[in-house]
Write a new protein. Structure first.
Length: 97
């Protein structure tokens, strides 16, 4: 969706953007936040609304991919006394002072 399509779906009025803190710019109400049992409206400017929409899309796509990805097979345990690396076993591991 391009910015103009998104912006045409919202009602705009002059106000302050909660995200970028611009003042006296066209903003749209995008939700509310509750503080101490009271709800306060959140308004964002055109560019912040578009950026929030992009973030929402990206996070939604990631969630779908995560759900559709099979879980990795559990790692095989290493036998006792065997280092879990390809380093030779004829010397002890390095110690960090």
């Amino acid at each position: 969706m391009n910015p103009r399509e998104l912006w045409s779906r919202l009602d705009w009025q002059d106000g302050n953007c909660f995200r970028c803190e611009q003042m006296d710019v066209p903003v749209a109400e995008i939700g509310d936040i509750s503080v101490a049992g009271r709800a306060f409206p959140l308004s964002a400017c055109q560019w912040c609304v578009f950026r929030l929409e992009q973030l929402h899309y990206t996070m939604s796509e990631r969630a779908v991919r995560r759900q559709n990805t099979p879980a990795p097979a559990p790692a095989q345990p290493h036998p006792i006394g065997q280092w879990p690396t390809s380093a030779p076993l004829d010397r002890p591991p390095a110690h960090v002072a």
